[in-house]
Design a protein around this ligand. Structure first.
Ligand code: NAG
Ligand code: NAG
Ligand code: NAG
Ligand code: NAG
Length: 966
């Protein structure tokens, strides 16, 4: 047997064998939480929260990590839950399935969560509570079934719910109290909420004839025509809500024994639909020993006088009379209420109050007068010596006098927001020695220069938002030494004098958002001085702008305790962050720097803030490759959260050498990231949360590692991985990156070695056997195969006639002189090729990427002019990639590489793709200065003439390949 026949035969068998191997490579088994996220790391068993809300699920998502402690699947669309949808979740304590479309839950489902404590099924479409629905929930304490269509409850549905404490059945279709009886099988039930159903009679004997453990019962919004208690079934009842009950102005009230509700402490009769006489009679008959809180709101048809006089029951401490159209309370009306500690007149039409009205209310601690028509305080509060809380918000008060709050030494909280106050005299707050919270927002204050000069030694929180302040003078808050929070947001502040905040020695939070602050306003470091404990400074949405690289006086020099700085969203763009802007902020831990229109970051930006762990740089314009460099992160090794969404970044490679070994969370959605490589992933060893949604992924083998890693890594969650889509190549655009076939990229060297050596051994044995006896048949098959290949190649050649250009030239703008002076004259004028050049042939108005795509696909070849600068440019690497796709896509090799400069292989190593190309391709080298260029042009002509088949390629390589480069 001639040896070369045997060789030919061996070659054929090997090709077929390798083909089979490719087809039968093993499938990767994927683990991922499709569409759900987990708070914290996946291996955090203690508090594993699985969040799947608002995901548009039509079926129950799976798998759920078996150690989940809390699951939120609310706001989805599934209507059926089957027992088999869940595995046993022993760790589960809380499960939110609310606001869905659930009409059916298979019996037995609940058995999978034996340790559940809280179950929320509110706002679904359940019609009944079946016997098996809740079976097995022996530890359940809180059950929400409100907002369903429940008409009936199975007799034994609550049999195993031994621990149930709170049951919410509000807003259902229950019609008879007897329907509710099954829930009383839960022996420890304390709160029963059955408001907004269709009960028309409440008769205690329909519910039970023996004493119940209930503490709270809500019957509000039921069209009750009768409320009747004939047995002492509520010995422990604490709270009874009958608001908005009654029908057509009638509700029969019948409690056969006055002592039956003796334990009730709070009674709500808001808007109860009863005639005035009946209600007064009910109130007069109440002698409940414990009652101390009564709500009689929205009873507009009652005369204020009657309301107050019948409402002020002996022993009552809290009386709420909101929305009753009360206009002029008089002393006579209020005198019976002298025991009250809390009186609520909110949302009435009171236009004037005087001291005499409140004269007898000497016990009063809380007074609500919000949303009335008061124009002044009128010294009316001088007798309320015990007052601790006063709400005067949303009136029309325009001025305050020095005596208005003179006697309120106990006052702790004062609300004056939403009035018309334009000026505050020095004396107004002078006696409020215990005031801790003062809200003065939404008034007309133009200045506060003297307002806080006297008194308020205990004030902790001062709110001055939505006024018209434009200037903060020196020492405006000098005496407020207890102040913790100062909120000056939403004013028009553009001037802050040096030492404006001095004396605020305990201030921790300063809010200056949404003002007119510029870099000039805060130029002097003395502006932010005198606040040694300031922890948080909010300067967002102002008009701060810098264009200097370095400041003479950094503004935050005196804020050594500051932890949180927010300067994001400057209205006219921040320009750039001067390299020493943050100088002095040695305690800074969180920096919010989003939406500032930044183009780059100086490497020294965070030099003074070594404790930074949170950094938000979203919504900036980091288009250039060197907008952010690794050096920026070197001073902040503690960084654990980096957020950089919508920032136009093309690559995260700046993180590779950033030494961020402690980074836990990286969020970079809505950027232009195409490849996430292995080196990057490996440089972030502690990553637990990675969000790269809405990027422009390239679906080729460059992302194979990332996809495999994301699917198999059980420590890091790559959130919503299944929503990541391919942008390139065009044929895969819009497809999920998970649809990409990564196995073919994922060759395991050991495995290959093993297979290859086995195959070689086998083939030597088998091949010689086959070739001995069957060689003619094998050869015949092989030639058929070759014929098939040739045929498809010919088809491809046919297609090539439609090209608009012979070559697309990819080059860096800086190499344009060579292209214009050497390449074009030689190729176009002398050799007659048609070239596509971006400076000349790109269609204006279309996106660059589309233009490139078009250029490459309408040219027969792509010529890359490679220099050091070319390698560093993002666009050029995109062009190379796309030309490579064509290889991938159309099985057509179109790349011609021209090296204009000497680039040793070691320098190519960061450009992984390029190195791979150079290794397997032919390339041309531009002769050194002074050398003859004719051979070069000749070779280039040959390269452009070849049609891209492997044979032609080989011919070019033989003799001409420039291997000295490798
Ligand atoms: C989770 O895994 C990481 C890395 O494997 C480890 O450092 C961490 O301690 C683990 N956490 C828990 C709660 O087991
Ligand atoms: C995940 O979400 C996407 C879009 O939000 C949806 O099309 C897909 O069906 C969801 N996956 C599952 C398993 O429901
Ligand atoms: C009960 O349901 C009502 C109506 O959905 C809701 O407003 C209320 O907060 C719920 N209360 C509890 C304790 O769940
Ligand atoms: C109550 O009013 C409804 C309609 O408003 C009416 O259909 C019904 O007959 C009235 N019931 C009584 C008892 O007056």
């Amino acid at each position: 047997m001639p040896t070369n026949l045997n060789m030919e035969c061996l070659k054929a068998t090997t090709s077929l064998a390798l083909l089979c191997m490719y087809i039968f490579s093993p499938q990767v088994s994927a683990f991922s939480l499709t569409n759900c996220t987990v708070s914290g790391a996946l291996n955090n068993t203690e508090e594993l929260k699985v969040l799947c809300y608002k995901m548009g699920f039509y079926t129950v998502p799976s798998p759920i990590p078996s150690n989940a402690r809390f699951i939120d699947m609310s706001f989805n669309f599934f209507s059926n839950i089957r027992a088999g949808d869940f595995e046993d979740l022993w760790n589960l304590r809380g499960f939110n399935l609310s606001n869905g479309n659930i009409s059916q839950i298979e019996d037995g489902t609940a058995k999978h969560f034996p340790n559940l404590i809280k179950l929320n099924l509110a706002y679904n479409k359940l019609k009944t509570v079946s016997r098996g629905l809740l079976d097995g929930l022996v530890n359940l304490q809180v059950l929400r079934l409100d907002g369903n269509l429940i008409e009936s409850i199975d007799e034994f549905a609550f049999k195993t719910l031994r621990s149930l404490i709170i049951l919410n059945l509000t807003e259902n279709n229950l019609r008879q109290i007897a329907n509710v009886r099954p829930v009383l099988l839960s022996p420890s039930l304390e709160e029963l909420l059955i408001g907004s159903n269709k009960f028309d009679v409440f008769n205690s004997c329909d519910l039970s004839r023996t004493a119940l453990s209930l503490i709270k019962i809500d019957l509000s919004y039921n069209p009750l025509s009768k409320f009747q208690i004939t047995e002492n079934i509520f010995p422990n009842l604490d709270y009874l809500d009958l608001s908005h009950c009654g029908r057509n102005g009638t509700m029969l009230w019948n409690i056969t024994d006055k002592t039956f509700l003796n334990s009730v402490k709070a009674l709500n009769l808001t808007a109860v639909d009863m005639p005035e006489e009946d209600l007064t009679a009910v109130l007069q008959n109440i002698t409940w020993a414990s009652l101390f809180k009564l709500r009689l709101s929205e009873l507009k048809w009652m005369k204020p006088k009657t309301l107050l006089q019948s409402g002020c029951l002996p022993g009552l401490k809290v009386l709420r009379l909101q929305r009753n159209r009360i206009s002029k309370p008089t002393a006579q009306m209020l005198d019976p209420c002298s025991n009250l500690t809390e009186l609520d007149f909110g949302e009435n039409v009171i236009s004037a109050v005087s001291a005499s009205i409140f004269k007898k209310l000497t016990q009063l601690q809380k007074l609500y007068l919000q949303v009335n028509k008061l124009t002044k305080v009128n010294n009316s509060l001088q007798n309320l010596l015990m007052l601790e809380f006063l709400d005067l918000s949303r009136n029309s008060i325009s001025e305050l006098t020095c005596t208005d709050f003179a006697n309120l030494a106990q006052l702790n909280t004062l609300y004056l927001y939403s009035n018309k106050i334009s000026k505050i005299f020095q004396c107004v707050f002078k006696d409020l020695n215990n005031l801790e919270l003062l809200r003065l927002g939404t008034n007309k204050l133009l200045t506060i220069d003297v307002a806080f000069q006297q008194g308020l030694p205990s004030l902790k929180h001062l709110q001055l938002t939505y006024n018209k302040l434009s200037k903060i003078s020196k020492e405006s808050f000098k005496s407020l030494s207890s102040l913790r929070t100062l909120d000056l947001g939403d004013n028009q502040i553009f001037e802050i004098e040096a030492h404006a905040f001095s004396g605020l020695t305990n201030l921790t939070d300063m809010l200056l958002y949404s003002n007119m602050i510029t870099s000039k306003t805060i130029k002097d470091p003395a502006v932010f001085s005198g606040m040694p404990n300031l922890k948080s400074l909010d300067l967002r949405t102002n008009i701060i702008h810098y264009d200097k690289d370095k400041l003479q006086d950094p503004p935050f020099l005196n804020l050594g305790s500051l932890n949180i700085l927010s300067i994001h969203s400057q209205r006219q763009g921040f320009g750039k962050i001067p390299s020493n802007l943050l100088q002095g902020l040695t305690s800074l831990t969180m920096f919010y720097g989003g939406r500032m229109n930044l183009n780059n970051l100086h490497p020294d930006t965070f030099k003074s803030t070594p404790n930074l762990w949170f950094l938000d740089l979203s919504k900036n314009v980091f288009t250039d490759d060197d907008s952010i460099t690794a050096e920026v992160f070197h001073p902040i090794p503690k960084l654990s959260r980096l957020i950089i969404s919508s920032a136009q970044i093309h690559s995260l490679n700046f993180l590779i050498n950033a030494n961020l070994s402690r980074l836990l969370t990286l969020r970079a959605p809505e950027n232009k990231l195409d490849v996430i490589n292995q080196t990057l992933i490996q440089s972030l060893p502690h990553l637990t949360y990675l969000d790269l949604q809405k990027n422009t992924f390239t679906c080729d083998c460059n992302n194979a590692f990332f996809i495999n890693w994301a699917l198999t890594r059980n420590y890091t969650q790559v959130i919503y991985l299944n929503r990541y889509t391919c942008s390139y190549p065009l044929s895969l655009r819009g497809k999920s990156i998970l649809d990409m076939n990564v196995e073919s990229c994922n060759v395991n060297i050991d495995f290959i070695m093993f297979v290859v050596s086995s195959v070689v051994v086998m083939l030597t044995l088998l091949g010689s056997f086959i070739c001995q006896f069957l060689h003619w048949q094998v050869l015949y098959a092989y030639y058929l195969f070759l014929a098939f290949l040739y045929d498809s190649k010919r088809k491809q050649m046919h297609q090539q006639h439609g090209f608009k250009y012979d070559a697309f030239i990819s080059y860096n703008a800086q190499d344009e002189p060579w292209v214009v002076e050497e390449l074009i004259p030689n190729l176009e004028d002398e050799q007659g090729w048609r070239l596509c050049l971006h400076h000349r042939d790109f269609e204006p108005g279309r996106s660059i990427i589309d233009n490139i795509m078009d250029g490459i696909y309408s040219s027969r070849k792509t010529v890359c002019v490679i220099t050091h600068k070319y390698l560093r440019s993002t666009w050029c690497s995109k062009e190379i990639q796309m030309a490579n796709f064509r290889l991938f896509d159309e099985k057509k090799d179109v790349l011609v590489l021209i090296f204009l400069e000497d680039i040793p292989t070691c320098q190519l190593s960061p450009y992984y793709q390029m190195r791979k190309l150079v290794k397997k391709k032919t390339y041309l080298k531009w002769p050194k200065h002074g050398e003859d260029t004719r051979v070069f042009w000749q070779k280039l002509r040959m390269a452009l003439e070849t049609k891209g088949g492997p044979k032609d390629e080989k011919a070019l390589l033989a003799g001409h390949g420039e291997h000295d480069l490798l």
